[in-house]
Design a protein around this ligand. Sequence first.
Ligand SMILES: NC(=O)c1ccc[n+]([C@@H]2O[C@H](COP(=O)([O-])OP(=O)(O)OC[C@H]3O[C@@H](n4cnc5c(N)ncnc54)[C@H](OP(=O)(O)O)[C@@H]3O)[C@@H](O)[C@H]2O)c1
Length: 239
Amino acid sequence: MESSLKGKSVLVAGGSSGMGLAVATKAAALGATVHIVGRSPERLAEAKTAINGDVVTHHADISVASDVAALAENIQQVDHIVTTAADLTFKPFIQISDAEIESTFAAKFWGAVYLVRHFASRIPSNGSVTFFGGSAAYKALAGASIVAAVNAALDGFARTLALELAPVRVNVLSPGVVETPAWGFLPEKDRAELLKTIGAGLPVGRVGRPEELADAAIFLMGNGYATGTVLQLDGGTNV
Ligand SMILES: NC(=O)c1ccc[n+]([C@@H]2O[C@H](COP(=O)([O-])OP(=O)(O)OC[C@H]3O[C@@H](n4cnc5c(N)ncnc54)[C@H](OP(=O)(O)O)[C@@H]3O)[C@@H](O)[C@H]2O)c1
């Protein structure tokens, strides 16, 4: 198990916010050169300022194959890839539009596909890939049918890649509800109340913190026995 990431490079797609930012922060603190990828230049600049360490920002939309191809040409080689990038729509299936279904798959599923397609040959044999999935794949939640489908698709994709890309390791980290800017679509008071209510229903009594998921992502990067794993870190969502 690696306790240091000194001399390693880590690419975090989605590294400008939430759990991706927490992963980038921890990886940089452990000595890695961290490449953070996102669509908003402002969020990338803010993240770079917030992270202590060696950080390179990349303005790219990972749901666009040519953006990911250009990213790979630019970065050339990475030891570990993590993707938290997602732009999801939660709606009852009867109401969700085709465009919303497509955008829910865009960064989270297709972005993961393009990252592997363009970086697989650039990851050394002791490297890894980690996709962030989510508990909607295992615990049915009204309004999350397409999100559940994306998360479940990533599980199957990752477990098969763990065979095909070996010895490069491929894992999924599946969070339960975690307080991040992804919940920013709700007014602050409603958000706080909802997260408190969700947390109260869990065995741990609260929702997750980005740093807790970042710890797990660092663990999956460093543990040479972890591959084809779906690590459900969700406060007991499924018990
Ligand atoms: N938060 C939760 O409660 C929760 C629960 C279960 C699972 N998850 C999963 O955990 C992961 C991380 O969630 P989070 O809450 O940390 O998200 P977040 O705070 O909303 O951050 C998402 C990040 O992805 C980037 N991004 C989105 N679309 C992109 C694209 N097409 N290309 C490049 N970057 C893109 C965003 O930056 P730009 O917008 O600037 O591109 C941002 O940096 C996601 O897969 C999410 O589905 C979250």
